[in-house]
Design a protein around this ligand. Structure first.
Ligand code: NDP
Length: 300
């Protein structure tokens, strides 16, 4: 048996197309254009690539993009002043501060300075609480993207056994909350979990968000399960030449895809969904700010 491959690149394109169509309607019907502000402090090369891609895709779906690139020695006070300005700016519906921030800036202070209704990353403490209590929240992009893929695959998730490996604030915990909200029976596994292989083997839905290359092999997977691999790990690829690297997930794709019913590849699975969902969240924030109906199928 060979698993169906869940094509995140294609699915992300359908999300972006839905967002673009809704943005076009907002412009015609209400003369409103959603706006996303992205702040980057410092010159981390990976962060620069992410921010460039976010800006490009924001413009492609017809939204306004506001990029604020600040030098690495920017004071926390100055960063907080910029966030306060963006919070007050009615043209800005979503604000994202690219993480990590330099060491002299306190990450939690920055995240919690963003107005919760503009917190399109869903990391603000209010949004964490709203999600945990089943209220209307801004939901972190990567787990929301995983949820969308799971709903597309299964329709109703109710009653399914879900295991999330990883308990980070940005992936594992919100993923578990979302699955619980969709009435799965949810287990969160982590580095201290006993008999983790047996725990994973119970899962109809197995989400791996660990950061350990190819840790989860086929003999951890229940036959027919849906496996969502969030991991992005760079490992040496001597077959490509000296010093070359390649990307792998937290799941050993070759063995797991022989057992699973469906699986996301790395690259091309969860990765492309994250920015698409960021755009969806910005659209949702804009609709909420203007008391307009939220886009269907793009929220939790
Ligand atoms: P963190 O490092 O914050 O969390 C990793 C989690 O995995 C922790 O809860 C840790 O447990 C658990 N863990 C570590 N080792 C083991 C082990 N041997 N057995 C079981 N559990 C283990 O990572 P993130 O959640 O931020 O990211 C996870 C992965 O997802 C990374 O590869 C990251 O690059 C990727 N990622 C991809 C995104 C995307 O596709 N857009 C977005 C965000 C992340 P404990 O708490 O006990 O230490």
């Amino acid at each position: 048996m060979s698993a169906d491959i869940i094509d995140g690149k294609a699915f992300a394109a359908t999300i972006r197309a839905k967002v673009a169509a809704h943005v076009a309607r907002l412009k015609v019907d209400y003369e409103i254009t959603p706006g996303l502000a992205v702040i980057l402090v410092g010159e981390d090369p990976a962060s620069q690539v992410y921010v460039r891609n976010k800006g490009k895709q924001t413009l492609e779906v017809g939204m306004n993009s506001y990029e604020h690139k600040l030098p690495a020695d920017t004071s926390q006070e100055k960063l907080l002043a910029l966030i306060a300005d963006l919070n007050a700016d009615p043209a800005v519906h979503g604000i994202l501060c690219q993480l990590p921030v330099p060491d002299h800036i306190d990450e939690a202070t920055v995240i919690n300075a963003i107005a919760p209704e503009k917190d399109v990353d869903g990391f603000h403490i209010s949004n964490v609480g709203l999600l945990a209590t089943g209220q209307k929240a801004m939901v972190p992009c990567t787990p929301l993207g995983c949820l969308m893929m799971l709903r597309e695959r299964h329709g109703d998730l109710s009653g399914l056994e879900a295991v999330v490996v990883g308990r980070s604030n940005i992936v594992g915990k919100p993923m578990a909350q979302l699955l619980l909200r969709d009435s799965c029976t949810v287990t969160i596994a982590h580095s201290r979990t006993r008999d983790i292989q047996e725990v994973c083997k119970r899962a109809d839905i197995l989400v791996a968000a660990v950061g350990r290359p190819e840790m989860i092999t086929g003999d951890w997977v229940k036959p027919g399960a849906t496996v969502i691999d969030v991991g992005i790990n760079r490992i040496p690829a001597p077959e490509k030449g000296e010093g070359k690297m390649r990307l792998v997930g937290d799941v050993d794709f070759d063995s797991a895809s022989k057992v699973a019913g469906a699986i996301t590849p790395v690259p091309g699975g969860v990765g492309p969904m994250t920015i698409a969902v960021l755009l969806a969240n910005t659209l949702t924030a804009c609709c909420r700010a203007n008391d307009l109906p939220e886009p269907e199928g793009l929220t939790a």
